[in-house]
Design a protein. Structure first.
Length: 261
């Protein structure tokens, strides 16, 4: 009986061992299958990520190229519009009697009053038309390009351009214009000492220039900003004495009234 029982227990142990081995092997097979599936999923995701990266880089390059092209086109369009505007003005002026037109900028003065800064009266024969034509000389191109920079707010370029013009063309009839616009360039950058020097050049060397009244006025404004009230008052009074019937004289009188004079 005991021997039979021992035999049965031995058989049961062998059976359990075999069953346990089969179960472990099956679990390992399932685990390996799941691992393969995860690895394949990972490979698929990496492939998708790589594809998305390539698409992003391609779209980014396209955007950069589009932005560059758009910027260039806008620049060309802006230049063409400006050139066309100058040509329209030039053509209009050649069809009517030449009437000087002041170019003005209205602003709030630091002393509380609204004033008009005269950029300079313009007329068809003034030499200040900014349209650059194929037949223009190098001097004309330099002057007109500098004037265009001034009107577009590129004051550093305008300053350098007018200075170069004055050096290269010491006998040009446009010298008073160039000195005045150089003063305007300095004035726009709040460089009042340099600006007043150019206005004084117009006053002293070209007293009969059409820019003389505006130079007196702007010199006075410069002296005000430099807190030189006595010099500002003198400039305004000289303008009233020498050019009493001009619009600049009216502005000078208003400035004097504001100073208590």
């Amino acid at each position: 009986m005991i021997a039979a029982l021992i035999k049965k227990i031995a058989c049961l142990g062998v059976t359990l061992a075999l069953a346990s081995g089969c179960y472990s092997t099956k679990m390992m097979e399932i685990t390996y299958a799941e691992l393969d599936t995860l690895k394949q999923t990972q490979r698929d995701l990496l492939a998708q990520l790589d594809s998305l990266n390539r698409m992003y880089e391609a779209e980014r390059e396209t955007r950069l190229q589009t932005n560059a092209m758009t910027s260039a086109m806008l620049g060309e369009l802006r230049y063409e519009i400006e050139t066309l505007s100058y040509r329209i003005d030039d053509t209009s002026q050649r069809t009517v009697a030449p009437v000087p037109i002041p170019i003005v900028v209205t602003r709030n003065d630091t002393f509380g009053s609204t004033v008009v800064d005269t950029l300079g009266p313009w007329s068809p024969d003034s030499g200040t038309v900014a349209t650059i034509r194929a037949g223009d000389s190098d001097a004309d191109k330099l002057f007109k390009g500098s004037y265009m920079d001034l009107t577009l707010g590129n004051y550093d370029l305008a300053t350098q351009g007018f200075k170069n013009y004055l050096v290269r063309n010491p006998t040009s009839p446009n010298l008073p214009n160039a000195h005045y616009y150089l003063g305007e360039s300095y004035y726009s950058m709040s460089r009042y000492l340099e600006a007043v020097a150019e206005y004084q050049n117009v006053i002293r060397v070209f007293p009969r220039s059409r820019f003389a009244p505006a130079s007196y006025l702007k010199a006075g404004f410069c002296y005000q900003r430099l807190e030189e009230s006595r010099l500002a008052e003198k400039s305004f009074r000289d303008l009233l004495a020498r050019h009493p019937r001009t619009e600049e004289a009216q502005q000078a009188q208003s400035a004097l009234d504001g100073m208590g004079g």
